[in-house]
Design a protein. Structure first.
Length: 104
């Protein structure tokens, strides 16, 4: 997934963003900007979920016969931990707007 490549640049902690700066970048008022960013965040979240589920599905088919292996699969646990560390989709969409990777 192309959007996951640059995901490491997005901060995982909460920080204050100047809403006037967001308005200037988007060319819309803050309420329209937030609504658009929310829709983009939903799309990003859906893509992350699809990617994770497709990767986890591989483990399900591989370990279908042995239930003990499902619970002890280290690769699956590591994959889940990786996705838990991802920044929130809202943070990703805001960062993309600030870097002018998306145009509203």
């Amino acid at each position: 997934m192309s959007f996951l490549r640059n995901i490491n640049k997005v901060k995982t902690n909460t920080e204050t963003i100047d809403c006037i700066h967001l308005e200037e970048i988007s060319g819309k008022n803050i309420y329209e900007t937030i609504c658009i960013l929310e829709k983009i965040s939903q799309k990003i979240n859906n893509k992350i979920k699809e990617d994770l589920y497709s990767k986890l599905e591989e483990f399900h088919f591989l370990n279908k016969n042995n239930l003990e292996e499902i619970f002890e699969n280290k690769e699956q646990i590591e994959l889940s931990k990786l996705y838990e560390k991802f920044p929130k989709p809202t943070s990703i969409s805001i960062q993309y707007l600030l870097e002018k990777k998306i145009k509203i």
